[in-house]
Write a protein that binds this ligand. Structure first.
Ligand code: R5P
Length: 262
């Protein structure tokens, strides 16, 4: 791994703890104005001080994030569908590596759809993106998107993560599952856990806690932070779990305290 690539990756995965809290706000790339992100600028701003990186599209970056912000950007470079499409797997690369560089991205990210109708296309896209990104020392985060008929079990997600690593991704984002430790063991790159749809704050913090306990390098959480009744409370609590090894109950009290203070 060359110096530039390592340097960029170290902006995301914090060298001090070896962990990361990513804030995912890229949902609009196929969902449009997702609940909580209608006014993306207003939602994102108070969370920036607590995020190790921001995962988003170039449109939201350019229009809704202050260019003086210090937060590293993980730029989504795949898409091409809307939620109205039957088959979400038909994704293309939508941003050139030059534009990712121009936007000072710390990493680029795209989804792969293993077992879906456009599996081959998205895996070939990943190989191509790794080739292009590596030329510039840019890390690639592969996201294991799950098709409608796929079970989010250890066998399937281990397959996805391993393929992402084999094709050259530098880190991978997937869902938490049973036997997660085995998934981490068979994936020779850092594994970040996706948040998933909004649940209770306790459940979301439990997910973060278990993910770290079972070997994830961090979480990439969106809706369970920005749709919470206390987004700042949630991201502070997640940080405490990920970076400080805080126990679940104590982390929950961090969220509650922040919620009461507002
Ligand atoms: C999905 O592919 C998107 O990349 C989202 O960023 C991802 O699902 C994480 O957001 P959430 O925690 O809301 O699931």
């Amino acid at each position: 791994m060359d110096w530039g690539l390592k340097n960029r990756l170290s902006k995301i995965i914090q060298p001090k703890t070896g962990k990361t809290v990513m804030l995912a706000v890229d949902h609009g790339y196929f969902l449009g104005p997702t609940k909580g992100l209608e006014d993306a600028q207003k939602t994102i701003k108070p969370l920036l001080p607590y995020a190790d990186s921001l995962m988003l599209t170039r449109g939201i970056l350019r229009n809704c994030v202050d260019a003086a912000s210090r937060v590293p950007v993980v730029l989504r470079v795949s898409g091409g569908n809307s939620v109205l499409d039957e088959d979400l797997s038909n994704e293309a690369l939508t941003v050139s590596i030059e534009d990712a560089m121009r936007l000072n991205a710390a990493a680029v990210t795209m989804s792969i759809y293993v077992g879906s109708p456009h599996e081959h296309q998205t895996l070939a896209n990943l190989g191509r993106l790794v080739d292009e990104a590596q030329r510039y020392g840019m890390p690639v985060l592969a996201v294991t998107a799950v098709g409608k008929n796929m079970a989010r079990d250890s066998r399937y997600l281990s397959l996805c993560c391993r393929i992402a690593a084999e094709l050259g991704a530098h880190f991978v984002k997937t869902y938490f599952c049973e036997n997660f430790r085995a998934l981490v063991k068979s994936t020779p790159i850092p594994v970040v856990v996706a948040g998933g749809k909004k649940t209770s704050e306790k459940e979301a913090l439990t997910l973060a806690y278990n993910s770290i306990k079972e070997g994830a390098v961090g979480v990439d959480m969106g809706r369970n932070i920005f749709q919470s009744d206390s987004p700042v409370g949630m991201i502070k609590a997640v940080r405490a779990i990920v970076h400080d090894g805080t126990q679940l109950e104590k982390a929950f009290s961090i969220y509650e305290k922040e919620k009461k203070a507002r």
